[in-house]
Design a protein around this ligand. Structure first.
Ligand SMILES: Nc1nc2c(ncn2[C@@H]2O[C@H](COP(=O)(O)OP(=O)(O)OP(=O)(O)O)[C@@H](O)[C@H]2O)c(=O)[nH]1
Ligand SMILES: [Zn+2]
Length: 284
């Protein structure tokens, strides 16, 4: 019995990776019925009757639907400093959506070569100083910090079109002298390439070929879930007077107290309030 990770599924053929190599496996009949194995699943495989067979799927820590990938460690929010302009609103909404899926958000500022040092300081103060991992990337900047964060983890990308997602990956690839063709394929570049919902090895980790969180959809989220998921609020969990506090106008709210003392970013708090308003409007 071997422990493997599923990196690709085409009909009933599962590509699994273990002992440094890819293998093709099939799944036990019972596995294909109920809780189907997905890309990113950790599985037990056994060599029987001349083929590798997936015997069991290990417990998942999370599962994203679009793309359908399990066990995602982190989502890299790629946001350009310029062209297009850095958007705090968009980054914060992505942070919220990613956290709601029990995935860690990592903020990757791209095109940092185009930014003023004032802008970089402002972004750093807004995120890094509030406990988020922040990585600067861009032309002529070292790729090592990003490689370090990809190493050993399963990542998915998030971010609008044109922010430089493929450029970042290409730079890493050059650095590692890997096959650039593979990466363009990974991001579905070119007219004839299609995304397969597949994991690619990168910098000692895995990257999903399809970016996630593109719909920015809060429609399936409740205000209460939001209130409990914001990473900035987590350290004060349970410290509001009311257990179901939405941190809006309730008396004895610890979160508002921390916003007033600047320990919680007032910008992020406002974005939270906006999202809750949106959710309440939609559920009316
Ligand atoms: N100055 C500068 N320009 C960059 C950098 N990275 C990307 N660009 C430019 O930004 C544009 C978009 O880059 P892409 O890498 O194609 O962006 P993407 O996020 O992959 O875009 P989609 O495939 O549409 O999602 C290109 O014109 C790049 O040349 C950078 O670090 N510095
Ligand atoms: Zn509160």
């Amino acid at each position: 019995m071997k422990e493997a990770i599923i990196t690709r599924i085409v009909s009933n053929r599962y590509t699994v990776f273990f002992d440094g190599e890819f293998h093709i496996a099939i799944a036990m009949g019972k596995l294909r019925l109920g809780n189907k194995p997905t890309v990113g699943d950790r599985v037990q495989v056994e060599f029987t009757e001349e083929k590798w067979v997936i015997q069991a799927v290990l417990e998942r820590k999370n599962q994203l639907i679009r793309p359908l990938v399990s066990n995602i460690d982190q989502a890299l929010i790629v946001m350009s400093s310029k062209e297009p302009d850095f958007s705090y609103t968009l980054v914060d909404r992505l942070i919220f959506l990613i956290s709601l899926e029990f995935i860690e958000p990592i903020i990757v500022v791209s095109k940092a070569d185009l930014a003023s040092s004032e802008l970089i300081s402002e972004i750093t103060a807004e995120y890094k100083d509030h406990g988020y991992q922040l990585i600067l990337t861009g032309k002529n900047l070292p790729t090592q910090p990003l490689e370090a964060i990809l190493n050993g983890r399963l990542s998915v990308l998030a971010g609008q079109s044109g922010v430089g997602k493929s450029s970042i990956l290409n730079r890493i690839n050059e650095d590692l002298e890997l096959n650039t063709q593979e990466i363009s394929k990974a991001l579905g570049r070119g007219r004839h390439t299609t995304r397969h919902n597949q994991l690619y090895p990168i910098a000692g980790g895995w990257l999903a070929d399809t970016p996630g969180f593109s719909s920015l959809d809060f429609s399936s989220v409740s205000a209460q879930e939001m209130a409990q998921t914001i990473p900035d609020f987590k350290p004060y969990h349970g410290e509001c007077r009311y257990r179901d506090c939405l941190h809006l106008k309730e008396p004895g709210c610890k979160i508002k107290e921390k916003v007033e003392s600047n320990e919680i970013s007032s910008r992020r708090y406002q974005h939270y309030v906006d999202c809750v308003a949106l959710i309440k409007e939609e559920s009316r």
